[in-house]
Design a protein around this ligand. Structure first.
Ligand SMILES: [Zn+2]
Length: 146
């Protein structure tokens, strides 16, 4: 498998997203995540990670082969503990990629800061908060979380 530097130089979907993520000031690590999967990973202060890849887990293929970006949060680098944060649109690769980088930056900043109180339970715990581990606000960009 090639290195992140080699992938950065190539015209891959990951190279495009990496450029946007770095423009948001994020430190990004490329990681082979098993089989043919590849994700761009942002490590958070608490040891958890945000992963971004194509919906199928792939991001190092040609940009025109990627349909939907998928962003998830791993409380530990363990494939069983992720939760979805964001799915991009799928009609406009440049715009979808910019939106995805903005979503990663939004959640990295949020999760590295002080989580907001949930409007429903005010931090006392509710089904949503218990399931997510913490309150996650909806991404204020043009696409929706899933
Ligand atoms: Zn709650």
């Amino acid at each position: 498998m090639s290195t992140l530097t080699e992938r950065r130089a190539a015209d891959t979907a990951a190279a495009h997203l990496l450029k946007h993520l770095e423009a948001h000031g994020l430190t990004v690590e490329g990681r082979d995540t098993g089989s043919t999967c590849y994700a761009l990973v942002v490590r958070l202060a608490d040891g958890s990670e945000i992963w971004a890849s194509g919906e199928d887990g792939i991001s190092h293929h040609a940009a025109d082969e990627l349909t939907v970006w998928w962003v998830r949060h791993y409380r530990t680098p363990d494939a069983d503990t992720w939760r979805s944060l964001f799915l991009s649109g799928n009609n406009d690769f440049p715009a979808d990629t910019a939106d995805t980088a903005a979503a990663v930056a939004f959640y990295a900043h949020y999760l590295n800061g002080t989580p907001q109180a949930c409007a429903d339970c005010h931090g006392d715990g509710c089904e949503h908060c218990d399931q997510e581990g913490t309150y996650l606000p909806p991404f204020p960009g043009r696409n929706t979380t899933h």
